[in-house]
Write a protein that binds this ligand. Sequence first.
Ligand SMILES: [Zn+2]
Length: 91
Amino acid sequence: MHATANAPTPDEGCRSARTALDAVVDGEADALSVARVESHAAGCADCARALAAARGHRRRLRRLGDTARMPDEARDRVLHLLRGVRGSSSR
Ligand SMILES: [Zn+2]
């Protein structure tokens, strides 16, 4: 009899946390998913780092959309990418 039979393996916990991570960062996840990911990240350095990185990345993208304050060369590249994204998903 295995003591860990009922507990999800760390790998499984990580996988479901990573799966929900995008929706959580996008604010599209329900409160339960957010709580599950955050409680997992609280005990898992890898997922905590992934969550923080995803949030920082998302925040940076959002800020770019509002006020693009960066070198012209980089801004042109980003705006070009953003235009491509907007063009493909017309809403
Ligand atoms: Zn994890």
